[in-house]
Design a protein around this ligand. Structure first.
Ligand code: AMP
Ligand code: ZN
Ligand code: FE
Ligand code: FE
Length: 284
């Protein structure tokens, strides 16, 4: 059996509703999932309810952008529950910073001669936290670009003309807030970090000293051999090898639930090890 611990729904920049994600995950035989929408826990109750109905395991989650070594890093926070809490409260501020950033992006697109308004982008996002993929959606709709990667490459990515930064939590503060909120953190897609091979292990040790609980070893961008190698490193470091597809529905049409680009398989062990670690921390 396999699991998928990195999924985005209509509550952020995915295009599939949480209940439908769960239904499809169960249909392809996954034994457990985690919903990890950016900066929000809005989809958690819907997903948890659906998971109970379909009889598959569920872990709540979110994906945060944090700052480490002057770079942006994505961090998955698992077992974070909707409601109040140190991290949950701070996430409200992160969403507010996103809203300000989005207004800047819209203005910059206008400067570039692209008629993209915040109303259109909010419409595209529906109930979801607005992100750059929604801008890309409107840009495609209006014929300015062909697809999401082109929207990023030409306008939305860092260093491109319509890029605008948003507030990122320093990684140590983010892990501390998460820990005090009962969550366990795993670094998402660590290959996107600009680190030399010899910097990874000291880097991971630094993050573990802040309370890091895992690294996303099973990710579609790695060869199966590298996934296993990262999982071994996790074992050596005493942390959990997590994994998932980073499914976003139509915004990343090449990725499927559970299997990513087709060859991904995240072992049950990832789900179980996270749960064991969670029970162990609760006993302390
Ligand atoms: P935001 O959270 O609004 O800054 O948007 C970031 C999201 O955009 C990421 O989580 C990805 O889903 C997506 N994204 C980032 N870079 C790219 C890219 N080069 N091509 C396609 N999607 C991207
Ligand atoms: Zn995303
Ligand atoms: Fe990410
Ligand atoms: Fe993601």
């Amino acid at each position: 059996m396999a699991v998928d611990l990195h999924l985005h729904s209509t509550y952020s920049d995915g295009s599939t509703a949480p209940a439908e994600i769960v239904r499809r995950a169960a249909a392809i035989g996954l034994s457990g999932i985690a919903l990890t929408d950016h900066d929000t826990l809005e989809g958690i109750v819907e997903a948890a309810t659906a998971a109970a109905t379909h009889g598959i395991g569920f872990i709540s989650g979110t994906e945060l952008s944090v700052e480490w070594k002057n770079q942006s890093m994505h961090m998955l926070a698992y077992f974070l529950e909707p409601g109040a809490g140190p991290l949950q409260n701070r996430m409200k501020e992160l969403r507010a910073s996103r809203d300000m950033r989005n207004i800047e992006i819209a203005a910059k697109l206008q400067d570039q001669g692209l008629d993209v308004t915040m109303d259109e982008v909010r419409d595209e996002a529906g109930q979801g936290v607005v992100g750059r993929p929604h801008f890309a959606g409107v840009m495609i709709e209006k014929g300015y670009v062909e697809n999401v990667p082109e929207a990023f490459d030409r306008y939305l990515a860092a260093g491109r003309p319509a890029y605008a930064p948003r507030v990122r939590l320093p990684v140590d503060e983010a892990i501390d807030l998460a820990t005090r909120s009962g969550a366990l953190c795993s670094i998402a897609h660590p290959h996107t970090l600009n680190l030399r091979a010899d910097e990874f292990s000291t880097g991971f040790r630094e993050l573990i000293s802040y309370g890091l609980a895992g690294i996303e070893a099973y990710y579609g961008e790695y060869t199966p051999m590298l996934r296993d190698r990262i999982a071994e490193i996790c074992d050596e470091l005493g942390i959990v090898a997590t994994g998932g597809s980073d499914y976003h529905g139509k915004y990343k049409p090449q990725l499927s639930i559970g299997t990513g680009k087709g060859d991904l398989r995240v072992p049950d062990q990832s789900f179980e090890a996270l749960q064991q670690r969670r029970s162990a921390t609760q006993r302390i």
